[in-house]
Design a binder for this molecule. Structure first.
Ligand SMILES: Cc1cc2nc3c(=O)[nH]c(=O)nc-3n(C[C@H](O)[C@H](O)[C@H](O)COP(=O)(O)OP(=O)(O)OC[C@H]3O[C@@H](n4cnc5c(N)ncnc54)[C@H](O)[C@@H]3O)c2cc1C
Ligand SMILES: *[C@@H]1O[C@H](CO)[C@@H](O)[C@H](O)[C@H]1NC(C)=O
Ligand SMILES: *[C@@H]1O[C@H](CO)[C@@H](O)[C@H](O)[C@H]1NC(C)=O
Ligand SMILES: *[C@@H]1O[C@H](CO)[C@@H](O)[C@H](O)[C@H]1NC(C)=O
Length: 486
Protein backbone atom coordinates (compact mmCIF):
# COMPACT_ATOMS: atom_id res chain seq x y z
CA UNK A 1 0.00 0.00 0.00
CA UNK A 2 2.80 2.42 0.90
CA UNK A 3 4.41 1.78 -2.48
CA UNK A 4 1.17 2.51 -4.26
CA UNK A 5 0.59 5.71 -2.26
CA UNK A 6 4.09 6.96 -3.02
CA UNK A 7 3.55 6.20 -6.67
CA UNK A 8 0.32 8.17 -6.69
CA UNK A 9 1.99 11.10 -4.93
CA UNK A 10 4.78 11.15 -7.50
CA UNK A 11 2.30 11.07 -10.34
CA UNK A 12 0.33 13.86 -8.65
CA UNK A 13 3.40 16.10 -8.34
CA UNK A 14 4.40 15.52 -11.94
CA UNK A 15 0.94 16.37 -13.23
CA UNK A 16 0.88 19.60 -11.22
CA UNK A 17 4.02 20.68 -13.06
CA UNK A 18 2.46 20.22 -16.48
CA UNK A 19 -0.93 21.56 -15.40
CA UNK A 20 -0.43 25.02 -16.82
CA UNK A 21 0.64 23.93 -20.30
CA UNK A 22 -2.19 21.40 -20.11
CA UNK A 23 -4.69 24.18 -19.32
CA UNK A 24 -3.37 26.23 -22.22
CA UNK A 25 -3.68 23.24 -24.56
CA UNK A 26 -7.23 22.61 -23.36
CA UNK A 27 -8.43 26.15 -23.86
CA UNK A 28 -6.68 26.41 -27.25
CA UNK A 29 -8.35 23.21 -28.49
CA UNK A 30 -11.73 24.14 -27.05
CA UNK A 31 -11.50 27.50 -28.84
CA UNK A 32 -10.52 25.82 -32.15
CA UNK A 33 -13.10 23.02 -31.96
CA UNK A 34 -16.46 24.33 -30.88
CA UNK A 35 -18.69 21.45 -32.03
CA UNK A 36 -19.73 19.19 -29.18
CA UNK A 37 -17.78 15.94 -29.05
CA UNK A 38 -14.92 17.23 -31.18
CA UNK A 39 -12.30 17.04 -28.42
CA UNK A 40 -11.86 14.71 -25.46
CA UNK A 41 -9.42 14.80 -22.53
CA UNK A 42 -8.16 12.27 -19.97
CA UNK A 43 -10.75 12.01 -17.22
CA UNK A 44 -13.70 12.44 -19.59
CA UNK A 45 -16.19 9.56 -19.35
CA UNK A 46 -15.18 6.58 -21.51
CA UNK A 47 -12.03 8.42 -22.65
CA UNK A 48 -9.89 5.27 -22.95
CA UNK A 49 -12.49 2.95 -24.45
CA UNK A 50 -14.36 5.21 -26.83
CA UNK A 51 -12.02 8.13 -27.67
CA UNK A 52 -8.56 6.54 -27.42
CA UNK A 53 -9.70 3.01 -28.34
CA UNK A 54 -6.38 1.27 -29.03
CA UNK A 55 -6.10 -1.74 -31.33
CA UNK A 56 -3.15 -3.43 -29.63
CA UNK A 57 -4.17 -3.79 -25.97
CA UNK A 58 -0.59 -4.76 -25.16
CA UNK A 59 0.50 -1.12 -25.58
CA UNK A 60 -1.52 1.14 -23.28
CA UNK A 61 -1.39 4.82 -24.19
CA UNK A 62 -2.84 7.99 -22.69
CA UNK A 63 -2.92 10.87 -25.16
CA UNK A 64 -3.16 14.43 -23.78
CA UNK A 65 -6.24 14.91 -25.97
CA UNK A 66 -8.11 13.18 -28.77
CA UNK A 67 -9.55 15.53 -31.37
CA UNK A 68 -12.13 14.96 -34.10
CA UNK A 69 -11.72 17.74 -36.70
CA UNK A 70 -14.10 18.20 -39.62
CA UNK A 71 -11.78 20.13 -41.99
CA UNK A 72 -8.11 20.60 -42.92
CA UNK A 73 -8.30 24.05 -41.33
CA UNK A 74 -9.30 22.47 -38.02
CA UNK A 75 -6.46 19.95 -38.33
CA UNK A 76 -4.10 22.89 -38.82
CA UNK A 77 -5.51 24.68 -35.76
CA UNK A 78 -5.03 21.54 -33.64
CA UNK A 79 -1.42 21.15 -34.79
CA UNK A 80 -0.81 24.78 -33.89
CA UNK A 81 -2.35 24.40 -30.39
CA UNK A 82 -0.19 21.34 -29.77
CA UNK A 83 3.07 22.73 -31.16
CA UNK A 84 2.68 26.10 -29.38
CA UNK A 85 2.24 24.30 -26.05
CA UNK A 86 5.03 21.76 -26.53
CA UNK A 87 2.94 18.68 -27.33
CA UNK A 88 3.65 16.07 -29.96
CA UNK A 89 1.00 15.13 -32.53
CA UNK A 90 -0.04 11.86 -34.15
CA UNK A 91 -2.80 11.31 -36.68
CA UNK A 92 -5.26 8.46 -36.36
CA UNK A 93 -7.15 7.21 -39.38
CA UNK A 94 -8.33 3.60 -38.95
CA UNK A 95 -6.49 3.13 -35.65
CA UNK A 96 -5.10 -0.22 -36.80
CA UNK A 97 -1.40 0.34 -36.21
CA UNK A 98 0.20 -2.59 -34.34
CA UNK A 99 1.85 0.13 -32.24
CA UNK A 100 -1.40 2.11 -31.69
CA UNK A 101 -1.25 4.98 -34.11
CA UNK A 102 2.47 5.16 -33.88
CA UNK A 103 2.96 5.10 -30.10
CA UNK A 104 2.73 8.88 -30.27
CA UNK A 105 0.36 8.75 -27.33
CA UNK A 106 2.69 7.09 -24.85
CA UNK A 107 4.06 10.41 -23.71
CA UNK A 108 0.78 12.28 -23.88
CA UNK A 109 0.63 13.42 -27.49
CA UNK A 110 -2.36 15.09 -29.12
CA UNK A 111 -4.20 12.62 -31.34
CA UNK A 112 -5.93 13.87 -34.48
CA UNK A 113 -8.66 11.36 -35.32
CA UNK A 114 -9.67 11.83 -38.95
CA UNK A 115 -12.94 9.88 -38.86
CA UNK A 116 -14.91 12.88 -40.17
CA UNK A 117 -12.62 13.37 -43.20
CA UNK A 118 -14.27 10.91 -45.56
CA UNK A 119 -14.95 13.07 -48.61
CA UNK A 120 -14.93 11.28 -51.97
CA UNK A 121 -15.15 12.26 -55.61
CA UNK A 122 -14.24 10.74 -58.97
CA UNK A 123 -13.00 12.64 -62.00
CA UNK A 124 -14.53 10.67 -64.88
CA UNK A 125 -12.22 12.26 -67.46
CA UNK A 126 -9.07 10.61 -66.05
CA UNK A 127 -10.47 8.21 -63.41
CA UNK A 128 -8.54 9.92 -60.64
CA UNK A 129 -10.28 9.70 -57.27
CA UNK A 130 -10.14 12.12 -54.34
CA UNK A 131 -10.36 10.33 -51.00
CA UNK A 132 -10.52 11.80 -47.50
CA UNK A 133 -7.73 10.39 -45.31
CA UNK A 134 -10.15 9.10 -42.66
CA UNK A 135 -11.89 6.74 -45.11
CA UNK A 136 -11.67 3.07 -44.11
CA UNK A 137 -10.56 0.55 -46.75
CA UNK A 138 -13.99 -1.11 -46.92
CA UNK A 139 -15.51 2.26 -47.88
CA UNK A 140 -12.70 2.94 -50.38
CA UNK A 141 -13.57 -0.30 -52.20
CA UNK A 142 -17.29 0.43 -52.30
CA UNK A 143 -16.99 4.08 -53.37
CA UNK A 144 -14.55 3.27 -56.16
CA UNK A 145 -16.90 0.52 -57.33
CA UNK A 146 -19.93 2.82 -57.29
CA UNK A 147 -18.01 5.52 -59.16
CA UNK A 148 -17.57 3.52 -62.36
CA UNK A 149 -16.28 0.08 -61.46
CA UNK A 150 -12.83 1.28 -60.41
CA UNK A 151 -10.30 -0.19 -57.96
CA UNK A 152 -6.90 0.37 -56.41
CA UNK A 153 -4.45 -1.81 -54.48
CA UNK A 154 -4.75 -2.07 -50.72
CA UNK A 155 -4.83 -4.64 -47.95
CA UNK A 156 -7.74 -6.90 -47.19
CA UNK A 157 -8.91 -5.76 -43.74
CA UNK A 158 -11.86 -3.35 -44.29
CA UNK A 159 -11.43 -1.58 -40.93
CA UNK A 160 -7.88 -0.37 -41.69
CA UNK A 161 -7.73 3.37 -42.49
CA UNK A 162 -6.43 4.89 -45.71
CA UNK A 163 -4.48 7.55 -43.76
CA UNK A 164 -2.18 5.05 -42.10
CA UNK A 165 -2.26 2.45 -44.89
CA UNK A 166 -1.71 4.49 -48.08
CA UNK A 167 1.21 6.30 -46.46
CA UNK A 168 3.18 3.30 -45.17
CA UNK A 169 2.99 0.92 -48.18
CA UNK A 170 -0.37 -0.74 -48.53
CA UNK A 171 0.14 -4.23 -49.94
CA UNK A 172 -2.75 -6.37 -51.10
CA UNK A 173 -3.73 -9.10 -53.57
CA UNK A 174 -3.58 -6.77 -56.61
CA UNK A 175 -0.20 -5.22 -55.69
CA UNK A 176 1.78 -7.44 -58.05
CA UNK A 177 -0.32 -5.93 -60.87
CA UNK A 178 -1.09 -2.34 -59.73
CA UNK A 179 1.61 -1.59 -57.13
CA UNK A 180 1.35 -0.79 -53.42
CA UNK A 181 -1.44 1.59 -52.33
CA UNK A 182 1.14 4.38 -52.19
CA UNK A 183 2.07 3.79 -55.83
CA UNK A 184 -1.45 5.02 -56.67
CA UNK A 185 -0.96 8.38 -54.91
CA UNK A 186 -0.67 11.35 -57.29
CA UNK A 187 -1.23 14.19 -54.84
CA UNK A 188 -1.85 14.80 -51.16
CA UNK A 189 -3.16 17.67 -49.10
CA UNK A 190 -1.10 17.72 -45.93
CA UNK A 191 -0.91 19.75 -42.72
CA UNK A 192 2.71 20.48 -41.77
CA UNK A 193 4.35 21.07 -38.39
CA UNK A 194 4.14 24.86 -38.85
CA UNK A 195 0.37 24.33 -39.29
CA UNK A 196 0.29 25.32 -42.95
CA UNK A 197 -1.95 23.32 -45.30
CA UNK A 198 -0.15 22.48 -48.54
CA UNK A 199 -0.66 20.31 -51.58
CA UNK A 200 2.20 18.07 -52.74
CA UNK A 201 2.36 16.51 -56.20
CA UNK A 202 4.86 16.05 -59.03
CA UNK A 203 5.05 19.83 -59.61
CA UNK A 204 5.11 21.28 -56.09
CA UNK A 205 6.47 20.18 -52.70
CA UNK A 206 7.97 17.08 -54.32
CA UNK A 207 10.12 16.31 -51.24
CA UNK A 208 7.04 16.31 -49.05
CA UNK A 209 5.19 13.95 -51.40
CA UNK A 210 8.25 11.69 -51.46
CA UNK A 211 8.36 11.52 -47.64
CA UNK A 212 4.59 11.02 -47.33
CA UNK A 213 4.74 8.03 -49.67
CA UNK A 214 6.23 5.69 -47.09
CA UNK A 215 6.85 7.60 -43.87
CA UNK A 216 4.00 10.08 -43.31
CA UNK A 217 3.51 9.63 -39.56
CA UNK A 218 6.70 11.60 -38.83
CA UNK A 219 6.14 14.33 -41.46
CA UNK A 220 2.61 15.69 -41.35
CA UNK A 221 -1.06 14.82 -41.43
CA UNK A 222 -2.52 13.93 -44.79
CA UNK A 223 -6.11 15.15 -45.02
CA UNK A 224 -6.84 14.08 -48.60
CA UNK A 225 -5.40 11.82 -51.30
CA UNK A 226 -5.74 12.03 -55.07
CA UNK A 227 -5.10 8.57 -56.55
CA UNK A 228 -4.82 6.73 -59.86
CA UNK A 229 -7.45 4.01 -60.19
CA UNK A 230 -7.69 0.91 -62.39
CA UNK A 231 -10.67 -0.90 -63.86
CA UNK A 232 -11.91 -3.57 -61.43
CA UNK A 233 -10.37 -6.94 -62.16
CA UNK A 234 -12.96 -9.23 -63.76
CA UNK A 235 -13.17 -12.96 -63.15
CA UNK A 236 -10.93 -14.26 -60.39
CA UNK A 237 -10.22 -17.62 -58.79
CA UNK A 238 -9.68 -17.84 -55.06
CA UNK A 239 -7.75 -20.94 -54.09
CA UNK A 240 -6.88 -22.64 -50.82
CA UNK A 241 -4.79 -25.71 -50.07
CA UNK A 242 -4.63 -26.88 -46.50
CA UNK A 243 -2.47 -29.47 -44.77
CA UNK A 244 -3.50 -30.80 -41.41
CA UNK A 245 -0.83 -33.39 -41.01
CA UNK A 246 2.81 -33.77 -41.83
CA UNK A 247 6.12 -34.40 -40.22
CA UNK A 248 8.64 -31.61 -39.79
CA UNK A 249 10.33 -32.81 -43.01
CA UNK A 250 7.07 -32.88 -44.97
CA UNK A 251 6.20 -29.38 -43.85
CA UNK A 252 9.67 -28.13 -44.76
CA UNK A 253 9.43 -29.74 -48.15
CA UNK A 254 6.04 -28.14 -48.84
CA UNK A 255 7.51 -24.74 -47.98
CA UNK A 256 10.43 -25.36 -50.35
CA UNK A 257 8.05 -26.24 -53.19
CA UNK A 258 6.03 -23.09 -52.57
CA UNK A 259 9.11 -20.85 -52.45
CA UNK A 260 10.53 -22.40 -55.63
CA UNK A 261 7.27 -22.09 -57.56
CA UNK A 262 6.61 -18.48 -56.54
CA UNK A 263 10.17 -17.30 -57.11
CA UNK A 264 10.14 -18.15 -60.82
CA UNK A 265 10.64 -14.71 -62.39
CA UNK A 266 8.39 -15.68 -65.30
CA UNK A 267 5.41 -16.33 -63.06
CA UNK A 268 2.32 -14.28 -63.96
CA UNK A 269 1.59 -11.11 -61.97
CA UNK A 270 -2.04 -12.17 -61.86
CA UNK A 271 -1.18 -14.66 -59.13
CA UNK A 272 -1.16 -13.67 -55.46
CA UNK A 273 -0.19 -16.14 -52.75
CA UNK A 274 0.28 -16.46 -48.99
CA UNK A 275 1.60 -19.40 -47.03
CA UNK A 276 0.30 -19.46 -43.45
CA UNK A 277 1.82 -21.56 -40.72
CA UNK A 278 -0.30 -22.21 -37.63
CA UNK A 279 -0.08 -24.43 -34.58
CA UNK A 280 -1.59 -27.47 -36.28
CA UNK A 281 -1.76 -26.68 -39.98
CA UNK A 282 -0.25 -25.08 -43.00
CA UNK A 283 -2.41 -23.26 -45.53
CA UNK A 284 -1.60 -21.90 -48.98
CA UNK A 285 -4.14 -19.32 -50.09
CA UNK A 286 -4.39 -16.69 -52.75
CA UNK A 287 -6.20 -15.22 -55.67
CA UNK A 288 -5.59 -15.64 -59.38
CA UNK A 289 -6.97 -12.76 -61.46
CA UNK A 290 -8.18 -14.70 -64.48
CA UNK A 291 -10.45 -17.54 -65.54
CA UNK A 292 -10.67 -21.06 -64.14
CA UNK A 293 -9.04 -22.42 -67.36
CA UNK A 294 -6.06 -20.08 -67.02
CA UNK A 295 -5.81 -21.01 -63.37
CA UNK A 296 -5.86 -24.74 -64.14
CA UNK A 297 -3.03 -24.20 -66.67
CA UNK A 298 -0.82 -23.00 -63.81
CA UNK A 299 -1.15 -26.48 -62.26
CA UNK A 300 -0.71 -25.09 -58.77
CA UNK A 301 -2.30 -28.18 -57.18
CA UNK A 302 0.39 -30.46 -58.57
CA UNK A 303 3.05 -28.37 -56.79
CA UNK A 304 1.65 -29.39 -53.43
CA UNK A 305 1.04 -33.13 -53.46
CA UNK A 306 -1.23 -34.42 -50.72
CA UNK A 307 -3.01 -31.13 -50.22
CA UNK A 308 -6.75 -30.71 -49.94
CA UNK A 309 -7.47 -27.88 -52.35
CA UNK A 310 -10.43 -25.75 -53.28
CA UNK A 311 -10.78 -23.14 -55.99
CA UNK A 312 -13.79 -20.82 -56.07
CA UNK A 313 -14.53 -18.59 -59.05
CA UNK A 314 -15.71 -15.01 -58.40
CA UNK A 315 -17.32 -12.98 -61.15
CA UNK A 316 -17.98 -9.87 -59.05
CA UNK A 317 -15.35 -7.71 -57.43
CA UNK A 318 -17.28 -6.79 -54.28
CA UNK A 319 -17.93 -10.47 -53.62
CA UNK A 320 -14.24 -11.25 -53.88
CA UNK A 321 -13.21 -8.33 -51.65
CA UNK A 322 -15.86 -9.42 -49.13
CA UNK A 323 -14.38 -12.88 -49.08
CA UNK A 324 -10.87 -11.51 -48.45
CA UNK A 325 -12.32 -9.49 -45.56
CA UNK A 326 -13.75 -12.62 -43.97
CA UNK A 327 -10.36 -14.27 -44.23
CA UNK A 328 -8.61 -11.21 -42.73
CA UNK A 329 -11.08 -11.31 -39.82
CA UNK A 330 -10.02 -14.87 -39.08
CA UNK A 331 -6.35 -13.92 -38.96
CA UNK A 332 -5.97 -11.07 -36.49
CA UNK A 333 -9.56 -10.72 -35.48
CA UNK A 334 -9.94 -7.89 -38.02
CA UNK A 335 -11.50 -4.94 -36.22
CA UNK A 336 -11.29 -6.53 -32.78
CA UNK A 337 -8.64 -5.32 -30.35
CA UNK A 338 -6.39 -7.84 -28.55
CA UNK A 339 -3.01 -8.23 -26.85
CA UNK A 340 -0.46 -9.23 -29.46
CA UNK A 341 3.11 -8.90 -30.64
CA UNK A 342 4.21 -8.97 -34.25
CA UNK A 343 7.45 -8.89 -36.22
CA UNK A 344 8.33 -8.81 -39.90
CA UNK A 345 11.20 -9.95 -42.09
CA UNK A 346 11.82 -10.20 -45.82
CA UNK A 347 13.65 -11.88 -48.67
CA UNK A 348 14.69 -10.67 -52.11
CA UNK A 349 15.24 -13.03 -55.07
CA UNK A 350 18.94 -12.99 -54.10
CA UNK A 351 18.48 -13.82 -50.42
CA UNK A 352 15.90 -16.63 -50.44
CA UNK A 353 16.10 -19.14 -47.60
CA UNK A 354 18.32 -22.11 -48.35
CA UNK A 355 17.05 -25.64 -47.93
CA UNK A 356 19.06 -25.96 -44.69
CA UNK A 357 17.61 -22.74 -43.27
CA UNK A 358 14.06 -23.88 -44.04
CA UNK A 359 14.73 -27.20 -42.27
CA UNK A 360 16.21 -25.37 -39.28
CA UNK A 361 13.21 -23.05 -39.09
CA UNK A 362 10.72 -25.93 -39.08
CA UNK A 363 12.74 -27.90 -36.53
CA UNK A 364 12.83 -24.88 -34.23
CA UNK A 365 9.12 -24.14 -34.67
CA UNK A 366 8.11 -27.71 -33.88
CA UNK A 367 10.14 -27.87 -30.67
CA UNK A 368 9.95 -24.31 -29.29
CA UNK A 369 7.98 -23.25 -26.23
CA UNK A 370 5.47 -20.76 -27.64
CA UNK A 371 3.34 -20.18 -24.52
CA UNK A 372 0.18 -19.95 -26.65
CA UNK A 373 -1.65 -21.81 -29.40
CA UNK A 374 -2.53 -18.47 -30.98
CA UNK A 375 0.56 -17.79 -33.01
CA UNK A 376 0.93 -17.72 -36.78
CA UNK A 377 3.42 -16.90 -39.48
CA UNK A 378 2.24 -15.40 -42.78
CA UNK A 379 4.63 -15.57 -45.73
CA UNK A 380 3.36 -13.12 -48.37
CA UNK A 381 4.45 -13.34 -51.98
CA UNK A 382 5.28 -9.84 -53.32
CA UNK A 383 7.47 -8.64 -56.24
CA UNK A 384 5.77 -7.78 -59.54
CA UNK A 385 4.85 -4.08 -59.99
CA UNK A 386 6.12 -3.15 -56.52
CA UNK A 387 9.60 -4.28 -57.63
CA UNK A 388 9.51 -2.36 -60.95
CA UNK A 389 9.84 0.91 -59.05
CA UNK A 390 13.36 1.93 -58.03
CA UNK A 391 14.16 2.13 -54.31
CA UNK A 392 14.51 5.94 -54.26
CA UNK A 393 11.28 6.80 -56.13
CA UNK A 394 9.30 6.97 -52.87
CA UNK A 395 10.45 6.87 -49.26
CA UNK A 396 9.02 3.33 -49.09
CA UNK A 397 12.33 1.60 -49.78
CA UNK A 398 11.93 -2.17 -49.84
CA UNK A 399 11.17 -2.52 -53.53
CA UNK A 400 13.24 -5.66 -54.06
CA UNK A 401 11.28 -7.78 -51.59
CA UNK A 402 9.88 -11.00 -53.08
CA UNK A 403 8.56 -12.50 -49.81
CA UNK A 404 7.48 -10.79 -46.59
CA UNK A 405 7.07 -12.59 -43.29
CA UNK A 406 4.58 -11.28 -40.73
CA UNK A 407 4.66 -13.22 -37.49
CA UNK A 408 2.16 -12.90 -34.64
CA UNK A 409 1.64 -14.13 -31.15
CA UNK A 410 -1.64 -13.31 -29.38
CA UNK A 411 -2.77 -13.51 -25.76
CA UNK A 412 -6.52 -13.28 -25.27
CA UNK A 413 -6.25 -13.19 -21.48
CA UNK A 414 -3.65 -10.53 -20.75
CA UNK A 415 -0.24 -9.16 -21.66
CA UNK A 416 1.97 -10.96 -24.15
CA UNK A 417 4.59 -12.99 -22.29
CA UNK A 418 8.36 -12.85 -22.74
CA UNK A 419 8.23 -16.46 -23.98
CA UNK A 420 5.85 -15.42 -26.77
CA UNK A 421 8.19 -12.57 -27.75
CA UNK A 422 11.26 -14.83 -27.58
CA UNK A 423 9.60 -17.31 -29.92
CA UNK A 424 9.01 -14.73 -32.65
CA UNK A 425 12.49 -13.25 -32.11
CA UNK A 426 14.08 -16.65 -32.51
CA UNK A 427 12.10 -17.51 -35.67
CA UNK A 428 13.27 -14.19 -37.14
CA UNK A 429 16.85 -14.86 -36.11
CA UNK A 430 16.89 -18.24 -37.83
CA UNK A 431 15.28 -17.22 -41.10
CA UNK A 432 16.33 -13.60 -41.71
CA UNK A 433 19.10 -13.12 -44.31
CA UNK A 434 22.30 -12.03 -42.59
CA UNK A 435 24.40 -10.72 -45.48
CA UNK A 436 22.09 -7.77 -46.28
CA UNK A 437 20.68 -5.07 -43.96
CA UNK A 438 17.56 -6.16 -42.05
CA UNK A 439 14.46 -4.94 -43.89
CA UNK A 440 11.19 -4.74 -41.94
CA UNK A 441 7.80 -3.64 -43.33
CA UNK A 442 7.00 -0.19 -41.91
CA UNK A 443 3.29 -1.08 -41.78
CA UNK A 444 3.88 -3.89 -39.28
CA UNK A 445 5.12 -1.77 -36.42
CA UNK A 446 7.46 -3.64 -34.06
CA UNK A 447 8.00 -1.31 -31.10
CA UNK A 448 10.69 -3.57 -29.59
CA UNK A 449 12.87 -3.56 -32.72
CA UNK A 450 16.14 -1.66 -32.24
CA UNK A 451 17.13 0.79 -35.02
CA UNK A 452 13.57 0.83 -36.36
CA UNK A 453 14.13 3.65 -38.82
CA UNK A 454 17.03 1.78 -40.52
CA UNK A 455 14.99 -1.39 -40.81
CA UNK A 456 11.86 0.37 -42.10
CA UNK A 457 13.35 2.87 -44.57
CA UNK A 458 16.79 1.43 -45.38
CA UNK A 459 18.71 3.42 -47.99
CA UNK A 460 16.12 6.23 -47.95
CA UNK A 461 16.73 7.13 -44.29
CA UNK A 462 19.35 9.89 -44.85
CA UNK A 463 17.10 11.82 -47.25
CA UNK A 464 14.15 11.41 -44.88
CA UNK A 465 16.25 12.86 -42.05
CA UNK A 466 17.12 15.89 -44.19
CA UNK A 467 13.49 16.50 -45.10
CA UNK A 468 12.53 16.07 -41.45
CA UNK A 469 15.08 18.73 -40.45
CA UNK A 470 13.56 21.08 -43.00
CA UNK A 471 9.85 20.66 -42.34
CA UNK A 472 9.63 19.35 -38.77
CA UNK A 473 12.88 20.22 -36.95
CA UNK A 474 11.21 20.12 -33.50
CA UNK A 475 9.74 16.66 -34.11
CA UNK A 476 6.13 17.75 -33.65
CA UNK A 477 5.00 14.61 -35.46
CA UNK A 478 6.83 12.37 -33.04
CA UNK A 479 6.72 8.68 -33.62
CA UNK A 480 9.37 6.75 -31.66
CA UNK A 481 10.51 4.84 -34.74
CA UNK A 482 10.32 7.67 -37.28
CA UNK A 483 13.37 9.39 -38.78
CA UNK A 484 14.84 12.10 -36.54
CA UNK A 485 15.88 15.47 -38.00
CA UNK A 486 19.36 15.32 -39.60
C1 LIG B 1 -6.17 -6.66 -39.19
C2 LIG B 1 -5.07 -5.97 -39.96
C3 LIG B 1 -4.82 -6.31 -41.28
C4 LIG B 1 -3.82 -5.67 -42.02
N1 LIG B 1 -3.61 -6.04 -43.31
C5 LIG B 1 -2.67 -5.41 -44.04
C6 LIG B 1 -2.47 -5.75 -45.41
O1 LIG B 1 -3.14 -6.61 -45.97
N2 LIG B 1 -1.50 -5.08 -46.10
C7 LIG B 1 -0.75 -4.11 -45.52
O2 LIG B 1 0.07 -3.52 -46.22
N3 LIG B 1 -0.91 -3.77 -44.23
C8 LIG B 1 -1.86 -4.40 -43.48
N4 LIG B 1 -2.02 -4.05 -42.16
C9 LIG B 1 -1.15 -3.03 -41.56
C10 LIG B 1 -1.75 -1.64 -41.79
O3 LIG B 1 -1.54 -1.25 -43.12
C11 LIG B 1 -1.09 -0.62 -40.85
O4 LIG B 1 -1.29 -1.00 -39.52
C12 LIG B 1 -1.61 0.79 -41.12
O5 LIG B 1 -0.64 1.73 -40.73
C13 LIG B 1 -2.91 1.05 -40.39
O6 LIG B 1 -3.46 2.27 -40.77
P1 LIG B 1 -4.63 2.92 -39.89
O7 LIG B 1 -4.96 4.23 -40.47
O8 LIG B 1 -5.72 1.92 -39.72
O9 LIG B 1 -3.92 3.02 -38.47
P2 LIG B 1 -3.59 4.24 -37.49
O10 LIG B 1 -3.22 3.58 -36.22
O11 LIG B 1 -4.70 5.23 -37.47
O12 LIG B 1 -2.32 4.90 -38.16
C14 LIG B 1 -1.12 4.20 -38.34
C15 LIG B 1 0.05 5.16 -38.45
O13 LIG B 1 -0.13 6.05 -39.53
C16 LIG B 1 -0.22 7.40 -39.08
N5 LIG B 1 -1.30 8.05 -39.80
C17 LIG B 1 -2.61 7.70 -39.81
N6 LIG B 1 -3.29 8.53 -40.60
C18 LIG B 1 -2.41 9.44 -41.09
C19 LIG B 1 -2.54 10.55 -41.95
N7 LIG B 1 -3.71 10.91 -42.46
N8 LIG B 1 -1.44 11.28 -42.23
C20 LIG B 1 -0.24 10.93 -41.71
N9 LIG B 1 -0.05 9.88 -40.90
C21 LIG B 1 -1.14 9.13 -40.59
C22 LIG B 1 -0.50 7.32 -37.59
O14 LIG B 1 -0.03 8.43 -36.88
C23 LIG B 1 0.22 6.04 -37.21
O15 LIG B 1 1.57 6.27 -36.97
C24 LIG B 1 -3.03 -4.67 -41.41
C25 LIG B 1 -3.27 -4.32 -40.07
C26 LIG B 1 -4.27 -4.95 -39.35
C27 LIG B 1 -4.50 -4.56 -37.93
C1 LIG C 1 -7.78 -34.13 -46.62
O1 LIG C 1 -9.12 -34.21 -46.14
C2 LIG C 1 -9.48 -35.50 -45.65
C3 LIG C 1 -10.95 -35.48 -45.33
O2 LIG C 1 -11.33 -34.27 -44.70
C4 LIG C 1 -8.59 -35.87 -44.46
O3 LIG C 1 -8.92 -37.16 -43.98
C5 LIG C 1 -7.13 -35.84 -44.89
O4 LIG C 1 -6.29 -36.06 -43.78
C6 LIG C 1 -6.79 -34.50 -45.53
N1 LIG C 1 -5.44 -34.55 -46.07
C7 LIG C 1 -4.50 -33.65 -45.78
C8 LIG C 1 -3.18 -33.83 -46.42
O5 LIG C 1 -4.68 -32.72 -45.01
C1 LIG D 1 11.81 -17.51 -68.22
O1 LIG D 1 11.54 -17.24 -69.58
C2 LIG D 1 12.70 -17.12 -70.40
C3 LIG D 1 12.27 -16.63 -71.77
O2 LIG D 1 11.11 -17.33 -72.21
C4 LIG D 1 13.42 -18.46 -70.43
O3 LIG D 1 14.58 -18.36 -71.19
C5 LIG D 1 13.79 -18.84 -68.99
O4 LIG D 1 14.36 -20.13 -68.96
C6 LIG D 1 12.57 -18.82 -68.09
N1 LIG D 1 13.02 -18.98 -66.69
C7 LIG D 1 12.48 -19.87 -65.88
C8 LIG D 1 13.08 -19.93 -64.49
O5 LIG D 1 11.55 -20.59 -66.17
C1 LIG E 1 5.74 26.04 -43.44
O1 LIG E 1 6.71 25.06 -43.78
C2 LIG E 1 6.81 24.83 -45.17
C3 LIG E 1 7.79 23.68 -45.35
O2 LIG E 1 9.00 23.94 -44.73
C4 LIG E 1 7.24 26.10 -45.87
O3 LIG E 1 7.31 25.88 -47.26
C5 LIG E 1 6.25 27.20 -45.58
O4 LIG E 1 6.68 28.42 -46.13
C6 LIG E 1 6.05 27.36 -44.08
N1 LIG E 1 4.94 28.28 -43.85
C7 LIG E 1 5.02 29.28 -42.99
C8 LIG E 1 3.79 30.14 -42.88
O5 LIG E 1 6.02 29.48 -42.34
Amino acid sequence: MAVLRNLLLTVGAASAAVASSNDNLKSCLQYALTDSGSVAFPGDPFYQISDVKVYNLNIPITPAAVTFPTSSQQVAAIVKCAADNGYHVQAKSGGHSYGNYGLGGTDGAVVVDLKHLTQFSMDNTNWQATIGAGTLLGDVTRRLHDAGGRAMSHGTCPQVGSGGHFTIGGLGPTSRQFGAALDHILEVEVVLANSSVVRANKDQNQDILWAIKGAASGFGIVTEFKVRTEPEPGTAVKYEYSFKIGTTEQRGSLFKNWQAYMSNPNLTRKLASTLTLLQDSMIITGTFFGTQEEYDDLKIGSQFPGANGTAVVFEDWLGLVGDWAEEAALELGGGVASNFYSKSSSWTPQTLMSSETIDKMFEYIDLADKDTLLWFLLFDFQGGYTSDVSADTTSYAHRDVLFWLQSYSINLLGSVSQTQIDFLDQVNKICTPTDTPYAAYPGYVDPLMPNGAEAYWGSNLPRLQEIKAEIDPKNVFKNPQSPLPA
